[in-house]
Design a protein around this ligand. Structure first.
Ligand code: F6R
Length: 613
């Protein structure tokens, strides 16, 4: 979603800001802009489209020698919410006097009424955005102290914001603030860089401070002064970023998505390392923070998330019921707080989110906290809002996921959920021997995934047979049903093929009407309970002329004979098999999107982290 970068220090700011924006491109955006201060005036450049267009514009219009001494600026990538992605709607936005420039992530919910009041006072707006209203509001309150003006304006705002603000009349500072939209401050040597996401900071420093909601900070080249909105100083810890710039590069792969798919044996090893106890037949997840006795008192597990994270939750649901004999259910995070869910203190609510910033999941976490549940986060991004607000939970350790389509975070989520279910199971009916066997099954996941990745070339050849279709159906049963949903989501989001995932039994309750000669059906027919029934459903599809790609267990000749094409998954525990099967579908979606010439890492209309409801 939208991205913010700001710099103050000793180097020329424009190239640093452009490079920072490039690091945020993966989040998805549709226009970009930046503002600097030159000789007491704010100068702004904006462009619809890619950061490259902004870069070309600044290169042509801003000769290097002219701006070599400009060492302060703010920049933004915008994902359109209020008004189309045009140059005029792009950030930064100025106040009425042209003294103040602002970049903003989030949504100002009461912008209409604020705009009318400001218009009545003579303010004239150029854009359709909610952000311009905030810049005018700050300008309206400005009496020579930018910090105070921002504070005053933010008191009048309803909604969410991560902002960076500069004023031509105070050229030695940037004011940043957050509520519901992250701001990270990177502490360098005589320079400070701020961003909405640590990946834009890494090239400068690994020492960072994460702002909390309602924090506002005055940033200078060598100082950071953090206060709350009532001007009371607050202390925030300095953290060390765990990844370096290398982790955010493509490392020779054509796309971040392909790199991240190939990284999975390693990311899974990192997610699992040190977390299995083969002696007790359990897992060591200190983030769960409870004794076996406390865990035994949990009556229900509620898994919440959105999109891909919702799908891993659906696999978790099978695992908790199967291993731990505990009632588990998945709830769509966006619906959670509006349906007034029945939650009690004996419920464990697990919020699953790669980014840890998804607005709907965060809102659901707050609702679950409000209702007194035991809430836990399953996040990848360290220090993210959900990780911090849940207070307890488990990090995935998947490493930075840059591609918009989630791959390695999904498989690590599943691996961690299996370990959580194992731990819960051992506090209930699961025997030590069963636990030891399942721990071994989890330990094998990275190697199983590596065997699927070895088939990359074979999967690319299969994709050649399917990439020209405009529709596809994914079917599966049991824990393979959520994998079918995830396979369909991966395909549709990066290749723009209309793809649907169904429980294999559901097909004949309606969707089978859509099958015609050659319609692709991707059947997850692994050798797990229910396979025979899935093979029956495959026959029904074949009878209607569908072309069947079977994901089957290696050496299963019966299943192979029912398919037109096959991808083989090594034999393993049914719950564990969800992970290598998902990886096969990730590669299938990737190669189809590549053959269709799609922009794989940044699919149209999508954002890496969805920080608006
Ligand atoms: C799809 C995808 C999205 C995210 C969803 C939730 O590939 O990435 O569906 O899974 O937007 O994001 P997080 O996990 O960051 O909460």
């Amino acid at each position: 979603m939208c991205g913010i970068v700001g710099y103050i220090g000793k180097a020329a700011a424009p190239p640093i800001l452009i490079n920072g924006l490039r690091r945020l491109e993966y989040r998805g955006y549709d226009s970009a802009g930046l503002a600097i201060i030159e000789e007491g005036k704010i100068i702004v450049a904006k462009a619809p489209g890619k950061v490259q267009s902004l870069s070309n514009k600044t290169r042509d219009e801003w000769p290097q020698e002219r701006f070599a001494n400009i060492s302060l600026g703010i920049a933004h990538t915008r994902w359109a919410t209020h008004g189309p992605p045009t140059e005029v709607n792009a950030h930064p936005h100025l106040d009425q006097a042209g003294n103040i420039a602002l970049v903003h992530n989030g949504i100002i919910e009461n912008y209409r009424s604020l705009r009318s009041k400001l218009e009545a006072k003579g303010h004239h707006f150029l854009s359709e955005t909610d952000t311009e209203v905030l810049s005018h509001l700050i300008g309206d309150r400005y009496k020579g102290d930018l910090f105070q003006a921002v504070c005053d304006a933010l008191h009048l705002i309803e909604g969410t914001f991560g902002i960076a603000v500069i004023a031509a009349s105070e050229p030695n500072k940037i004011i940043v603030a957050r509520r519901g939209s992250p701001i990270v401050i990177g502490i360098g040597e005589g320079e400070t860089i701020i961003a909405s996401d640590a990946s834009a900071i890494l090239a400068h420093t690994q020492r960072v401070i994460y702002l909390d909601d309602n924090d506002i900070a005055i940033i200078t080249a060598d100082g950071i002064d953090i206060r709350d909105l009532h001007n009371i100083p607050v202390n925030r810890e300095i953290s060390e970023l765990e990844f370096d710039t290398g982790a955010a590069e493509k490392a020779g792969f054509a796309h971040f998505m392909l790199k991240e798919i190939h990284e999975q044996p390693d990311s899974l090893r990192n997610a699992i390392r040190g977390r299995l106890d083969f002696n007790l037949g359990s897992s060591v997840l200190s983030g769960m923070g409870s004794s076996p006795r406390d865990l035994a008192e949990i009556n229900r597990v509620v898994l919440i998330g959105c999109g891909t994270s919702l799908h891993s939750g659906l696999i978790g649901e099978y695992a908790f019921e199967d291993l731990a004999d505990i009632h588990a259910e998945v709830q769509q995070a966006a619906e959670f707080r509006y349906r007034n869910p029945i939650i009690s203190r004996s419920d464990l609510v697990i919020a699953i989110s790669q980014s840890g910033e998804t607005a709907d999941t965060l809102a659901a976490v707050r609702e679950a906290n409000q209702k007194g549940a035991f809430v836990m986060g399953l996040c990848n991004v360290v220090g993210s809002t959900i990780a911090r607000e849940t207070g307890r939970g488990i990090y995935l350790h998947a490493g930075p996921e840059i591609s918009v389509a989630s791959t390695k975070a999904f498989t690590c989520q599943v691996a961690v959920l299996l370990m959580m279910a194992l731990k819960m199971g051992r506090s209930r009916r699961y025997s030590r021997q069963e636990g030891m066997d399942f721990a071994r099954a989890i330990e094998a996941i990275p190697a199983l995934v590596a065997q699927v990745i070895e088939q990359d070339h074979h999967i690319a050849q299969i994709a050649e047979l399917y990439y020209q279709n405009e529709h596809a159906f994914f079917i599966g049963r049991g824990p393979m049903y959520p994998v079918a949903l995830e396979g369909a989501l991966k395909l549709k989001e990066i290749s723009y093929i209309h793809a649907e995932g169904y429980h294999a039994a559901e097909l004949k309750h309606g969707p089978i009407a859509l099958l015609q000669k050659g319609t692709p059906v991707i059947a997850l027919a692994n050798d797990i309970p229910g396979k025979d029934k899935t093979l029956g459903n495959v026959e029904e599809c074949r009878a209607r002329g569908a072309r069947i790609l079977g994901i089957i267990t290696s050496g299963d000749h019966e299943a192979a004979a029912a398919m037109d094409d096959v991808i083989e998954i090594p034999a393993c525990h049914p719950l564990v098999a969800t992970v290598p099967t998902a990886v096969a579908l990730q590669l299938f979606a990737y190669h189809i999107a590549r053959l269709r010439g799609c922009e794989i890492d940044q699919p149209r209309n999508l954002a890496k982290s969805v920080t608006v409801e």
